[in-house]
Design a protein around this ligand. Structure first.
Ligand code: UDP
Ligand code: MG
Length: 320
């Protein structure tokens, strides 16, 4: 029998791919040797690539790679772009390993570190997170993600030092739990964390993108962070209703004061703009609240629509 893939490999490595044609060759050149070295120590593996509707040659390159290493390679081809986390979801449903490692295709997470994660899993942890040392991202990205981390830690029970690093390992149990979720908008590391019994974090190296550019614009980063907060917590909504209570109490006091003043001092016309100021402030809060409600209603809507979350065009795998 060829190396590994005796129907059930021990390790599944899951990689979402979206317009990465320039980065795939260097990825293959490092990923396969790194995993073959692990396999030489007696751990069989498979790599599950998901082509998330790339518009470049990524799908063709993945096909080629599948033909070169059909023993350990599987490729899921989406018919459109459904996002990084849906791509990982699809791979989770297909993968067969006992330990599942997620990885980005852009080589920002060095594949040579996979062994470290597996060693941690052997120690009995069921969810191995990572912290990037010497993070190679712009200062703005670093500060923004620190701020989001702090907010999330405060309002959810999810504790992740570095939410942005996708190089992570999960046990089969956690992946099974994730597969049972039918969520449309989600953030896999956070979802996994909610199911983890014994999570741990280790430090890994971080490199610059090997080629191509980040697929996340500022807009999609903001969307992603909404997913991170509103998918896991009702605190924003609750905070909003508390603010509502507080403000109505204050305005009640204000109205009483004005009425008393009217009776004691007489009618007033001064301070009109102060009143405008207060009114605009309240309108601002109201609009924010409506937007926030919309975030949750939108999620409910997508969820009850119950459409397929992604469509798989084809799966390339060796029949055994
Ligand atoms: N990705 C994807 N679908 C998307 C966007 C990204 O499958 O719609 C993949 C992308 O190919 C990469 C990973 O998700 O493997 C992370 O994307 P990227 O490196 O652009 O994100 P960043 O590192 O900038 O957060
Ligand atoms: Mg990246």
């Amino acid at each position: 029998m060829t190396q590994a893939m005796a129907t059930r490999p021990q390790v599944s490595v899951v990689i979402p791919v979206f317009n990465e044609e320039a980065g795939l060759a260097p990825l293959f050149a490092r990923l396969y040797p790194a995993l073959d070295a692990i396999a030489a120590k007696g751990r069989s593996y498979e790599i599950v690539f998901v082509n998330d509707g790339s518009r470049d040659r990524s799908a063709a390159l993945l096909r080629e790679q599948f033909q070169k290493r059909p023993d350990v390679t599987r490729v899921i081809l989406f018919n459109g772009n459904y996002g990084q986390h849906m791509a990982i979801m699809a791979a989770f449903e297909q993968c067969r390993g006992d330990m599942i490692v997620t990885l980005d295709a852009d080589l920002q997470n060095p594949p040579e570190e996979i062994g470290k994660l597996l060693a941690k899993m052997d120690e009995g942890f069921d969810c191995v997170g990572t912290i990037r040392v010497q993070r190679q991202d712009s200062a703005f990205r670093r500060y923004a993600s620190r701020l989001m981390n702090a907010t999330r830690e405060r309002i959810t029970r999810i504790r992740m030092t570095d939410q942005g690093c996708m190089l992570r390992a999960y046990s089969r149990d956690i992946v099974a739990a994730i597969n049972a979720c039918r969520e449309v908008n989600t953030f896999i590391p956070a979802l996994a964390y909610t199911f983890a019994r014994n999570p741990v974090e280790i430090e890994v190296a971080h490199e610059e993108r090997a080629a191509g550019e980040s697929k996340y614009s500022l807009y999609s980063l903001i969307r992603l962070n909404f997913d991170l907060v509103t998918a896991f917590s009702l605190v924003p909504l609750q905070a909003f209703s508390f603010a509502g209570i507080l403000i109505s109490l204050l305005s009640f006091v204000f109205v009483v004061l004005l009425a008393v003043r009217r009776l004691v001092v007489g009618p007033e016309a001064e301070g009109l703009f102060t009143l405008f100021g207060i009114a605009f402030f309240l309108i601002g809060i109201t609009l924010f609240g409506i937007g926030l409600l919309g975030e949750y209603v939108g999620r409910i809507y997508q969820q009850v629509r119950n459409r397929p979350r992604y469509l798989v065009e084809a799966i390339l795998e060796k029949k055994d």
